[in-house]
Design a protein around this ligand. Structure first.
Ligand SMILES: [Zn+2]
Length: 162
């Protein structure tokens, strides 16, 4: 009933209201989910500000794929999986090294788009710092000093004939 009124109540808030321990509140919650009594409490939550769980595990641990929003395989053989906080109860037999809870996620799509820069002379993808040059008030990228020189030459010839 409490969750019907406010689906976003935390386990500790529920425990306080029900005058039971947090562990008991969590166990009741798990049972309600398992028994299908709580089915769609995620629907009434705003997609944007749902709490997320960042789970550090060994790569070999299998977190069900349908729960994973993002996954990072780290250099040390571990991996970080991002799932919705409320899906934590769905993890069975997963050996978790560490869990962090995030209250929101920000994805900066502009930054990821800007990381791919191509040389304006040869077209090669530039993975390190590009040489930037300004010709006739426009900005260009070059991958190497040779391309920079040739690009400048080409643009200057074009400019002369305009
Ligand atoms: Zn180039």
């Amino acid at each position: 009933m409490l969750l019907k009124n406010n689906s976003r109540m935390s386990n500790s808030e529920l425990a306080e209201e029900l005058k039971v321990s947090r562990i008991t509140a969590r166990k009741v919650m798990e049972t309600l989910i398992k028994d299908g009594i709580i089915k769609n409490f995620t629907i009434s939550m705003g997609e944007e500000d749902r709490n997320l769980a960042l789970i550090l595990t060994d790569k070999s641990e299998d977190i069900p794929e349908y729960l994973i929003l993002e996954k990072y395989n780290l250099m040390d053989g571990t991996s970080v999986s991002v799932i919705y906080f409320e899906d934590l109860v769905k993890l069975k037999n997963v050996h978790v090294k560490r869990i962090e809870i995030a209250s929101s996620r920000t994805i900066n799509e502009d930054a990821s788009r800007n990381t791919v820069v191509h040389c304006d002379y040869c077209g090669r993808e530039i993975t390190d710092n590009p040489i930037t040059l300004q010709i006739a008030r426009k900005n260009y990228f070059a991958c190497c000093p040779n391309c920079e020189k040739d690009l400048r030459k080409r643009k200057e010839i074009l400019a002369e004939h305009l």
